[in-house]
Design a protein around this ligand. Sequence first.
Ligand SMILES: Cc1ncc(C[n+]2csc(CCOP(=O)(O)OP(=O)(O)O)c2C)c(N)n1
Length: 377
Amino acid sequence: MTVMEQRGAYRPTPPPAWQPRTDPAPLLPDAEPYRVLGTHAAAKADPDLLRRLYAHLVRGRRYNAQATALTKQGRLAVYPSSTGQEACEIAAALALEERDWLFPSYRDTLAAVARGVDPVEALTLLRGDWHTGYDPHTHRVAPLCTPLATQLPHAVGLAHAARLKGDDVVALAMVGDGGTSEGDFHEALNFAAVWQAPVVFLVQNNGFAISVPLAKQTAAPSLAHKAVGYGMPGRLVDGNDAAAVLEVLGDAVRHARTGGGPTLVEAVTYRIDAHTNADDATRYRGDTEVDTWRSHDPILLLEHELTERGLLDEDAKQAARDAAEAMAADLRERMNQDPVLNPMDLFAHVYAEPTPQLRAQQDQLRAELEAEQEGTH
Ligand SMILES: Cc1ncc(C[n+]2csc(CCOP(=O)(O)OP(=O)(O)O)c2C)c(N)n1
């Protein structure tokens, strides 16, 4: 007899006992961004590490200024500055071991450079030159990624594959607040959590996706809360506090390395410059907001902490500035040299087997270049 035939006798019964798959409580982020500088936690931080961070931040700020200047001279096509976000950039690079992989977005040149990529080669994409410009395998830095959030599934795939092969590798993937609205963000986090892949997602919440403020991007309590829906821990950190970002990322990397699975870290920071040199930020935000963030500056915060504790004197500050100037001078000089490029390289490394359309375009370009050389163009 079917249930329908029994209808008169049917008594509803409760479903099998409900078991949450994971206890959500330990996954929830703190109510406020975690801070180290200016708190009692700072006393535990290693002075040498703090000084190293400081030198990196000063150099990073100078790099941003120099690269922006190069756009004005026409030496660089576009530069998405990370001024104000240097603590996130540097901490992302320093949190990883050499054998790990970094997956940066277009704004993360500094992280790539801090990991060892040549400062000029790191700008190749933004200069509009040859492909990635650096060999991603040398320093284990994936290409700077312009399509939003597409680097995230790549990072998960690499981390998952490494785990299957038994390689001790963690992937750290960087993305902006706007990028969290992309489908790739969802797919990456979901796969990472289901597979327990050794990956760390660092969201730099810098307030804007070009002109779109965070309030128009999401109604979530914080971006870190999104982690809970996927079943991974979410951490909220002050993105301008270099010591805090490094500590939180370091914990997340260790957690991933020891089989704990992925973590989503939201670093709350601010984009001090416009989106790129092609953007006018005065059209969508006011000076007061920018000034508030300028006084919560990552370099000033760290400098204050180090100075208060007698760990940084004038000579040390000058040495950091001198090193940054030397890097900027070298960057200027090398970026002012015209690279020798072969336009035919446009077609190299695109497909293993070029499509008929690409072959036709290749032939057309070759003919044009030959005609130009012969002076018949
Ligand atoms: C898939 C995709 N859609 C749209 C764009 C155009 N776009 C470039 S940057 C950007 C804003 C991204 O903001 P956010 O993720 O917050 O990163 P931020 O630039 O602030 O670092 C958009 C929409 C793109 N690059 N890729």
